[in-house]
Design a binder for this molecule. Structure first.
Ligand SMILES: Cc1ncc(COP(=O)(O)O)c(C=O)c1O
Length: 430
């Protein structure tokens, strides 16, 4: 066999598969599993930085300026957030905890946008204390609570109103958010009414829309961006700022195509500028909120095989030492993945296997029908495209501690999240 490295989709940009297995930026995945244990999240810094910069640069050149606010719900390990901040993005936070993560990673309020469909008074106070640039209102009740808190604090808060425009997107229904009946935002008519009549303490700057997540065909995202300025004009409401959310999808399996986040951001900016020219409107400041498209492709999860068995229907299960505790997406959305053996990704497959997680739920499966070369106990399985909505959704069901995470940067790996120890699991019991 040749030593020539082959590109490996959908692994991070620096991944190569050779005779000695898969490496990221020259660091062997099998070696990382041996050193740090499994399950293990591995993130490639170059992939994160490249994508974050591309989006930040594309939105900054909008005619009236703009910025990208990274959605911390997709990834909030401080070691990864610091890369995103260094690339020039702000922070999109949906809880007091995410605001604190942003602060610890070095973000200030300048590019901070606050979200949530059920913000508590504590969340709103945290937003005010962080000097968040924008709070995105999800309804009138929240506007009144925020207005009262701002008046009591003797300050004004700039706000957008989130509307659900009734645009459907081609994604799993559990991650669609902009349709009629969504729990997020208000109807366009209510949004316009709220912006016209905001409580004291709030300064209305414009509108926000976020249609959903893992959207591989970006056309509806661009259509929503085109529709909003015309809507604001028709309603006579301010649109100094237009926040078009996130939602761009990524490749989870090699056969999928992956839209380019920088090109998509440019398309959004151009569409908004064009419609404003047509409508005779000033171009608003543009905000985008990418999450998955910045970090998803940058992550790989490593597992150790703990058992292989053939069952009654003739299928063979490969059981690994992780599962729904570190990857909720299969159970939540029926997500599909393309796992490979970390040390022999190019070896001839001996069959199709089902990869089982370790949790006491039959839905705890990582992937089905996976072609592998004679998987054995002790092998390391690498699951690509796990950089978004994996570590942030991890939990401790069955009292398994949550995995560690390492960041591969400039040819070396360092621990950025330590493994949750058994003692940690009881730290809150009183
Ligand atoms: C308001 C808002 N902005 C941004 C995002 C990020 O979305 P994505 O990770 O799909 O880019 C989300 C995620 O659902 C969201 O709810």
């Amino acid at each position: 066999m040749s030593d020539e490295p082959a590109p490996l989709l959908p692994f991070p940009d620096t991944a190569v598969a050779g005779d000695r297995g898969i490496s990221l930026d020259g660091v062997s995945l099998a070696d990382l599993a041996a050193e740090h244990g499994t399950p293990l999240y591995v993130y490639d810094a170059a992939t994160v930085t490249r994508r974050a910069r591309a989006v930040a640069e594309a939105v900054a050149v909008a005619p009236a300026g703009g910025y990208a606010s990274f959605a911390l719900k997709a990834q909030s390990a401080l070691g990864v957030l610091r890369l995103i901040r260094a690339a020039g993005l702000g922070a999109d936070c949906a809880s007091t905890g995410e605001i604190e993560a942003a602060r610890r990673a070095g973000f200030d309020g300048t590019g901070m946008v606050i979200h949530g469909n059920a913000k508590s008074d504590d969340d709103l106070r945290a937003a005010i204390a962080a000097d968040a640039r924008l709070v995105v209102l999800d309804g009138r009740d929240e506007a009144e609570r925020l207005g009262a808190l701002c008046c009591a604090a003797g300050r004004a808060q700039e706000v957008l109103v989130r509307i659900a425009p009734g645009i459907d997107v081609d994604t799993h229904r559990h991650i669609a958010t902009g349709h009629h009946g969504s729990k997020f935002g208000v109807t366009p008519a209510e949004g316009a009414a709220l912006l016209r009549d905001l409580p004291a303490g709030l300064v209305g700057r414009g509108l926000h829309v976020h249609l959903g997540s893992q959207i591989l065909d970006p056309e509806p995202l661009v259509a929503a961006a085109r529709w909003l300025p015309a809507f604001a004009k028709a309603e006579g409401i301010p649109l100094d700022v237009l926040d078009v959310g996130g939602g761009l999808g990524i490749r989870y399996t090699p056969d999928q195509d992956q839209p380019d986040p920088g090109a998509h951001t440019r398309a959004l900016v151009e569409a908004i500028a064009a419609v404003c020219a047509d409508e005779g409107l000033a171009v608003p400041e543009i905000v985008v909120e990418p999450g998955r498209s910045i970090v998803g492709t940058a992550g790989v999860t490593l597992y150790r095989v703990v058992g292989v068995k053939t069952v009654g229907d003739g299928s063979t299960w490969v059981a690994v030492d992780g599962g729904m505790g570190d990857n909720m997406r299969v159970g939540l959305y029926g997500a599909t993945y393309a796992p490979v053996l970390a040390d022999r990704p190019l070896a001839q497959a001996t069959g199709r296997y089902r990869i089982a997680g370790r949790h006491c739920e039959s839905t705890d499966v990582i992937a089905e029908g996976v072609e592998l070369a004679d998987p054995r106990v002790g092998d390391v399985i690498a699951v690509p495209a796990t950089g978004a909505y994996h570590q942030t959704m991890a939990h401790t069901y069955n009292l398994f501690g949550r995995p560690a995470a390492v960041l591969v940067e400039d040819g070396a790996a360092r621990l950025i999240t330590r493994r949750e120890a058994t003692d940690d699991l009881f730290a809150r019991d009183v």
